[in-house]
Design a protein around this ligand. Structure first.
Ligand SMILES: NC(=O)c1ccc[n+]([C@@H]2O[C@H](COP(=O)([O-])OP(=O)(O)OC[C@H]3O[C@@H](n4cnc5c(N)ncnc54)[C@H](OP(=O)(O)O)[C@@H]3O)[C@@H](O)[C@H]2O)c1
Length: 260
């Protein structure tokens, strides 16, 4: 059965593509063998991307307030697809609109899994506001002392690979975390120790965080992101699961291992 990896050039999808080398990588800009043009904004790309495909890794359209209609129309065209694995988030509650509406759509497929990872360790590296803070020596969040079960995207990809290829469908939600819950101050201390470059954490109010996110983002979206920090401050992400080990047979990578 062919697999289509939507978002196959992204943080989780590129790691999944390494684990499933025969899979088709969906991208807006196909540049090599194995790539297929796929663009959520161009529904005409759906049919050719889905041709001969039996399994789909689905990351939702990026930055779309209500992704359900386009995901629904994509799934309606995926008549030969047996299994869909959705990348959702531990921070997204089930709901009628927004990202929260997607799990219910995916559960209508014959076989499915919904991945609910906590915050990615990769946010501390690469192209993310937290990573910019690491480079500046000060990570600014609205998370207070709240702790997060940061998870390596490679571990999310490993769970996705099993959810896509295990003979028996998982047909369940997987809450995925790393092996420990850390505050941003804990993470900054580990970063300082491992890299030798001092990094500290400063927590600000939700209002100040909204202002900071609003530089470069629509205000409404900035407020949503700041509220996610507030949720962390209130303990919403202070938990650890054994999903990575349960599904893949090996433990999740720690933040220290990730940085080393
Ligand atoms: N960061 C976190 O801490 C965190 C935690 C939990 C959940 N999540 C969830 O993770 C998801 C993002 O997944 P990710 O980090 O693996 O991806 P990502 O690194 O954000 O990459 C985005 C991918 O989407 C593709 N893409 C962008 N616009 C597209 C369009 N119009 N049509 C088709 N493809 C498009 C890009 O491919 P091309 O540019 O090649 O087209 C790229 O592969 C989000 O839904 C987020 O809520 C993130």
């Amino acid at each position: 059965m062919n697999t289509l990896i939507v978002g196959g050039t992204g943080t989780t999808g590129s790691r999944l593509a390494k684990l499933l080398p025969d899979a088709r990588v969906g991208t807006r800009k196909p540049v090599r063998d194995g790539h297929v043009r796929f663009d959520w904004d161009v529904p005409a790309t759906f049919d050719s991307a889905l041709e001969g495909v039996g399994r789909v890794y689905l990351i939702p359209p990026v930055g779309v307030a209500d992704p359900a209609p386009v995901v629904e129309s994509f799934l309606a065209r995926a008549r030969q697809v047996r299994r869909v694995v959705l990348l959702s988030s531990s921070a997204v509650p089930e709901g009628a609109t927004g990202m929260g509406a997607l799990p219910a759509l995916v559960r209508t497929m014959p076989e499915w899994a919904v991945l609910r990872p906590s915050w990615f360790m990769q946010n501390f590296t690469g192209d993310h506001p937290v990573a910019a803070g690491v480079r500046d020596g000060e990570i600014v969040t609205g998370t207070g002392d709240g702790r997060v079960g940061f998870v390596d995207a490679a571990d999310i990809a490993a769970v996705a690979a099993r959810a896509l290829t295990d003979p028996l469908p998982h047909n369940t939600d997987h809450l995925i975390t790393g092996p420990e819950a850390l505050s941003y101050a804990d993470a900054a201390a580990i970063l300082t120790e491992v890299t030798g470059k001092p990094v500290r954490h400063r927590s600000v109010s939700t209002e100040e965080m909204t202002e900071r996110f609003a530089v470069g983002l629509p205000r409404e979206f900035a407020a949503v992101l700041a509220r996610l920090d507030e949720d962390i401050r209130g303990g919403a992400e202070d938990r650890v699961t054994t999903t990575v080990e349960d599904v893949t047979g090996r433990p999740a990578r720690s933040f220290r291992e990730f940085l080393s």
